[in-house]
Design a protein around this ligand. Structure first.
Ligand SMILES: [Zn+2]
Length: 415
């Protein structure tokens, strides 16, 4: 409907178009072939297409493919909230693609986007029960608006059931995304507790990660080479810990970051250089060396580029890699009536019994109510609770918002 099909050789493509899932699979393959062949035309094409997506065509929770008709990418900056499509498979394809872009360039910005997708718009595709799934991942649900492709709750199965099977294949592959290697360097890309054994210079090196990520920014790595060995450990310092909401100007944090990144080895501060978003720690590693990295977990306000019409005057909330939303279940049955003024102060609190254990954000902010009898619109201050976006729609159907108007004048009376 309305879209024109043209055929352009992949080497001439500069913009992400068409069916988002199939496109991102194609881009994954292009990145692989470009890495293996060094073909400059493919490199230019895939770098341009990635730049186009990250500067103009990705939702704040990492979702790809804004438009329901054709399950496709929208025009530049066309990221509507009311009708967002965001197929689960597209977020999965985005992880495949960004991982290959990392392998191609060794830059952490690709893992920043991968992490954004993985922790937000990808795992939102599966319910906390592990057996209910979203095909599309909404950006907002309002009581007074319905759309044919909008899913306010997850389903057990679909007629076209790509997403459940794709999730089932994706989740077990996550360990493969945690580390990467070159001859003299080990990359730590994701922060997941566990033990891994890698071969460095032909000898085993074990790395034990212990953390409570993404709730806590304290990361511990115990490194044990079979024999003392010289190599570099490259630890990704996430963009969000460096005051960067996404590696482009599509989304930015407002206000300043209070916390800062600290790194120690065996309790001593360590000097390091930063290269392509990685803290490069080059040393002779000895059995039982303990590297500790502390990432600041400030609650951040995210604003979109002013060219994204739907997000003008609105703010989203992020803590660590997680994008938050407000859901009806925590907020007196509504979410579309919440304002988030620029001076709102947030308290982050871990709630072990809520949604399998989540850090919630709470703030006292103005909430709108309509008195239909008196025909008046009122605001009153209420404590509002936000939960991680991935955990929404696990307690029944109702309103959900990711972007909140800062001022009353920016409230959409219509969707
Ligand atoms: Zn799918």
């Amino acid at each position: 409907m309305g879209s024109v099909t043209t055929t352009i050789p992949v080497t001439d493509q500069r913009e992400a178009v068409g069916h988002a899932v199939r496109a991102a699979y194609l881009y994954s393959a292009v990145a692989d072939v470009a890495a293996l062949t060094g073909d400059e035309k493919l490199l230019l094409a895939i770098d341009s297409i990635w730049q186009n997506v990250v500067t103009k065509k990705i939702y704040v929770q990492g979702g790809l493919g804004a438009i329901p008709s054709g399950e496709r990418f929208g025009e530049n900056y066309e990221l509507p909230n009311a009708t967002a499509y965001n197929e689960t498979c597209a977020a999965i394809a985005g992880v495949y693609w960004n991982y290959r872009m990392f392998l191609l360039h060794g830059d952490s910005k690709y893992i920043d986007v991968l992490e954004k997708q993985l922790y937000n718009g990808l795992i939102s595709g599966v319910g906390l029960d592990g057996k209910s799934f979203f095909y599309t991942n909404a950006m907002q649900i309002k009581n007074n608006f319905h759309h044919h492709s909008m899913e306010p709750e997850r389903s057990g199965w679909f007629d076209c059931s790509c997403c459940p099977t794709n999730i089932s294949r994706m989740i077990p592959s996550i360990p493969g995304y945690v580390y990467a290697q070159t001859k003299n360097a080990v990359y730590v890309n994701l922060f997941v507790s566990g033990k891994a054994t890698l071969q460095v210079h032909g000898k085993p090196v074990s790395i034990i990660q212990e953390n409570n990520y993404p709730w806590d920014g304290g990361l511990s790595f115990t490194v044990t080479p079979q024999k003392n060995d010289d190599f570099s450990l490259l630890v990704r310092i996430p963009g969000w810990a460096r005051n960067e909401a996404i590696p482009s100007n599509l989304y930015t944090f407002t206000g300043s970051q209070q916390g800062k990144v600290t790194i120690t080895i065996n309790g001593q501060p360590v000097s390091y250089i930063t290269e392509k978003g990685y803290a490069v720690i080059k040393r002779t590693w000895k059995k039982g060396d303990v590297l500790k990295v502390d990432l600041p977990m400030d609650v951040r306000r995210v604003v979109a580029n002013e060219k994204v019409k739907d997000d003008i005057g609105k703010v989203a909330l992020q803590r660590g890699p997680l994008i938050y939303c407000a859901e009806w279940a925590d907020n007196n049955g509504r979410a579309a009536n919440i304002l988030m003024p620029s001076d709102a102060v947030f308290e982050a609190r871990f709630q072990p019994d809520l949604l399998n254990g989540v850090e919630v954000l709470q703030s006292e902010v103005p909430v709108i109510s309509i008195d239909e009898k008196a025909q008046t619109v009122n605001t009153s201050r209420k404590t509002v609770t936000a939960i991680p976006y991935y955990a929404w729609a696990n307690r029944g159907k109702g309103e959900m918002m990711v972007w909140f108007p800062e001022k009353f004048k920016d409230v959409d009376i219509n969707p």
